[in-house]
Design a protein around this ligand. Structure first.
Ligand code: C5P
Length: 224
């Protein structure tokens, strides 16, 4: 069977999560937030007190990870359950993001998570959000998108999100953290962050979410 896939890759804070969720809803397709899988692994690793370079332990953990994605029937929210515990919110911290990008640099860890990610490809279709969706995991996807924004704009959005949650943060520090994670994701030897061949390049710095969604839908319609 030919199951259509749209991949959305790009750095953190470019709006991939929101855009992917809207696209999946509009199309009535499944959604893969692959970053959440790396974050869940990172959280489990922190719980186990594994070092970020302890590849042996991390590969074993990745292979046996007990994670479930529970989509609420009415609401758009997907609950992420690690070993029976709802970690939807706890995987969103900076500490977890940082650990995620470290464990994600290990080749065998990525390998161990491949099948789990590919299992999301089911009828009627899939929107896959991440760093290597179009370059590695769903290489044969019909429509590939690279969504980015300037580091300053991504930091500004992150700052806004944190303020809304009542969490104080400094813009300068956020920019530094974003640049550090970008650098690690872009320069790693396996599955580095880069635009897949033939992908639509979208810079969301000065675009609204609706404008980004429209551009992608138009591009995808021509491809599917
Ligand atoms: O997208 P998100 O910020 O949730 O991803 C967290 C981290 O997981 C990223 O910084 C990246 O290192 C890693 N990741 C990855 N490959 C993906 C998705 C996320 O390496 N497909």
């Amino acid at each position: 069977t030919n199951i259509p896939v749209i991949t959305i890759d790009g750095p953190g804070g470019a709006g991939k999560g929101t855009v992917s969720q809207i696209l999946a809803e509009k199309l009535g397709w499944h959604l893969l937030d692959s970053g959440a899988i790396y974050r869940v692994l990172a959280l489990a690793a922190i719980h186990h007190r594994f070092a970020p370079d302890d590849e042996e332990s991390l590969v074993a953990l990745a292979s046996n990870l007990d994670v479930k994605f529970e989509v609420e029937a009415e609401k758009a929210l997907t609950h992420i359950i690690l070993e029976g515990e709802d970690v939807t919110m706890t995987i969103r911290t900076q500490q977890v993001a940082d650990m995620a990008s470290k464990v994600a640099a290990l080749p065998r860890v990525r390998e161990a998570l491949l099948r789990r990610q590919r299992a999301f490809k089911e009828l009627p279709g899939l929107v896959a959000d991440g760093r290597d969706m179009g370059t590695v995991v769903f290489k044969d996807a019909a429509a590939k998108v690279y969504l980015t924004a300037s580091a300053e704009e991504r930091a500004r959005r992150r700052h806004q999100q944190l303020l809304e949650k009542g969490i104080p943060a400094k813009i300068d520090q956020l920019i530094a953290e974003i640049q550090e994670r970008d650098e690690r994701d872009t320069n790693r030897s396996v599955a580095p962050l880069k635009a897949a061949e033939g992908s639509l390049f979208v810079d969301s710095t000065t675009l609204t979410i609706a404008e980004v969604v429209d551009q992608i839908l138009e591009f995808a319609h021509g491809k599917l």
